[in-house]
Design a protein around this ligand. Sequence first.
Ligand code: ZN
Length: 287
Amino acid sequence: MSIRTMLAAALAGLAFASPALSEECPGNPNALGVGRTVEIDTTGGPAFGLEQYKIYDFLQPGEVVLTFDDGPWPHNTEAVLNALKDHCTKATFFTIGKHALWHPLILKKVAAEGHTIGTHTFSHANLGKKKMAGEAGRAEIEKGLSGVKFALGAAPSPFFRFPYLQDPKDAVSYLGSRNVAIFSMDVDSFDFKHRNPDRVVKTVMSKITKKGKGIILMHDFQKATAKAMPKLLNELKKKGFKVVHLTAKSPATSLAAYDEQIKKEFGGTGAANAKPLASVVKTITGK
Ligand SMILES: [Zn+2]
C-alpha cells in the first residue's frame, strides 16, 4: 500500500469515526466520552491507586479515571458537571457528608448526570491524627456515609477516599470489614495549592503523560479546577487518553445508628426534600 493510499484509508476511517462519535455526544465531535465502564466488587474493601496501593492495577495504557473530592459545592461542582457533560464523560465524586447536607440539590445533580458518588468522611477529618484513632475515625467514616445517603435520598457507592490520603491501618481494615473500596490516586493535580487553571492543566497533563495512565485526583470544591476543566478535557482527548468510568456492583450499606444520628441533627433542615432555591426564595423587588 502506498503512503497516499494509507493516508486516504486513515482519513476515511476518521471520517467514518466522527459522525458516530457526534451521535454519541451531540454538539461535540471531539468529545472524550467513556472508553470503558468497570464494575467493582467492593467485598473485603479492595484498594486502588498505585501511589499507595499496588495490588490492583486495573487500567490499560492510555486510560484515566477522573475523580473529584470535597464537594458538593456551589458554582464549582456545577461548572465541573457542565464540562463533563460537554464531553459526555463520567467521573467519580468523593463527597464530604457535611457539604452534601448543605447542598443536597447539587449532589442530586451529580447523581442525575450519571456520575458515581463515593464518600470522603463527614467533616474532612484527618484520620491519621491520634485523636481520630479507633471509634472517632469510624464515626467520621460512617457519618459521612449516612450524611451523603440522607442528602442524596439513596445510598452512594461503597467507594471511599481518605482526606489528605492519610490511611491508618485500623481504618483501612475497618473499611475492609464494611466492604468499602478505598481509592488513592496516581496523579495529584495539586489544584488546592496552585489555584490557577492553566497550572492545573499543565500539572495534570505532564504527570499523566509521564505515567501513561492513572486515577487523577482533583477537587470540584476548587475554583481553579472548575475553570480548568474544559481545557483539561480537551487536552486529554487530544493526547488520546480514554476515560474509565467506575461503578460499584452494589451500593454502600449505612449503619442504622448513624442514619438516626444524621436524621436527628439534619432532619429539620429539610436536606432530604430540598427544592431548588429559586423556587423557594424569589426576588420580587430589586436585583
Ligand atoms: Zn479532601
